[in-house]
Design a protein around this ligand. Structure first.
Ligand SMILES: *Cc1c(COP(=O)(O)O)cnc(C)c1O
Length: 388
């Protein structure tokens, strides 16, 4: 059967495959993506995803097709955990879980697991997501609002002299970066021996932290660590002892920790992406290097705002400014709309602020490149010259 049409079509297929490969090498047009989440990912991570999507090297199957109980996935999730531990210098006394349900499910799981029926939990309220956390906790137990800046539309964090902490609280909950209002806790609140619980969804791994000050940290991956679909939970072992028995299995920290996040099907793809992002972070120099980059990016934009003579106005109080989400306004809503449209034409995308703050928001998470920030600052100068 030599020289059969089969042989011919194989040759043709090979040519087509080569063409397709050539086509993927063509430069893909990407914009600077200022979206607040899901957010921009490191380009090397996307390239590796693309390269290995059809078959993981040596496995012959896509990561989308492998069993969550396979050796391959075991390797992927173990490496992700090990890299996370390395990045954060996480002591062995903390367990790491990769769960589903987003950060929003943690608003429920935290009180369900850690707030006893006869107890009370302190919440420092610094924005929309802290309010959501309070709303869910109230359904399950007693909540004490230990500080809130709602009356000032969350333009700053609650100051220490305003806190009303309860020394007997089951835990203190705070939101380390307020994605919508553009404020960030520079230092975690000092809460003594009461366990500190942190929603770090929008600034996890953006800077060095002393993880030993925290009892529990949770974060949806889609802002600073990867794709939507997986939530990282880091919990100190002694808190697992407080988990009451009889909780619904999927909402039980103790069970998830015992089962090493494999009680049910893990979000295999999201964990894989998370692992690639963590490896990228280690490769570029870990938290020290990413903090340097984040500091530089935020400084460039805030300097642009502050040097504009009032044309651009930051919405957050200076002492509370976030490095991750930079919120600002222009002299009028018409100009804001024009800015957003013209910026998009310059490939600066996703700059519209959240409706509760209005104006503009530049989200510059870990993976956002400094060149994109320079492009934005240049555009801001131009725009002011033409419209100021
Ligand atoms: C985005 C965000 C959330 C909500 O995350 P989901 O994964 O959509 O549930 C919670 N907290 C903070 C600080 C966020 O930025």
């Amino acid at each position: 059967m030599s020289g059969t049409p089969y042989g011919k079509s194989m040759a043709k297929a090979a040519v087509e495959a080569a063409r397709a490969a050539g086509a993927t090498k063509k430069k893909v047009e990407r914009v600077y993506n200022f979206n607040p989440g899901p957010a921009t990912l490191p380009l090397p991570v996307l390239e590796e995803l693309q390269k290995n999507l059809l078959a993981l090297p040596g496995v012959g199957m896509s990561v989308l097709e492998i069993s969550h109980r396979s050796k391959t996935f075991d390797g992927i999730i173990s490496a992700a955990e090990a890299d996370l531990r390395k990045l954060l210098n996480l002591p062995d006394t903390y367990a790491v879980m990769f769960l589903q349900g987003g950060a929003s499910l943690q608003f429920t799981m935290v009180p369900m697991n850690l707030l006893p029926k006869d107890g009370s939990a302190d919440y420092l309220v610094s924005g929309h997501w802290s309010e959501r956390a309070v709303k869910e906790a109230k359904k399950l137990g007693k909540v004490n609002i230990a500080g809130s800046t709602e009356s000032e539309n969350f333009r700053r964090l609650p100051r220490r002299d305003e806190w009303k902490l309860d020394p007997k609280a089951a835990y203190v909950h705070f939101t380390s970066n307020n994605t919508i209002y553009g404020t960030e806790w520079w230092k975690e609140p000092e809460v003594g021996s009461v366990p500190l619980v942190c929603d770090a969804s929008s600034n996890i791994l953006s800077k060095w932290i002393d993880v030993k000050k925290y009892a529990l940290i949770y974060a949806g991956a889609q802002k600073n660590m990867g794709a939507a679909g997986v939530t990282t939970v880091i919990i100190r072992d002694d808190l697992l002892e407080r988990v009451p028995s009889g909780l619904p299995s999927m909402l039980d920290y103790k069970l998830h920790a015992q089962k090493k996040s494999a009680y049910n099907t893990s979000p295999v793809f999201a964990v894989y992406v998370l692992g690639l992002v963590l490896r990228w972070l280690l490769k570029i120099g870990g938290l020290k290097e990413i903090e340097r980059r984040n500091e530089e990016k935020a400084r460039l934009i805030y300097e642009g705002i502050d040097a504009s003579g009032g044309f651009y106005r930051g919405t957050a109080e200076k002492e509370s400014r976030s490095r991750m989400n930079i919120t600002f306004r222009l002299p009028s809503e018409e100009l804001e709309a024009k800015f957003i449209q013209e910026a998009a034409e310059q490939k600066l995308s996703g700059l519209k602020g959240h409706r509760s703050v209005g104006g503009l928001r530049a989200s510059v998470f870990n993976a956002f490149p400094v060149e994109g920030v320079q492009a934005l600052v240049g555009f801001m100068k131009d725009f002011q010259q033409k419209n100021g």
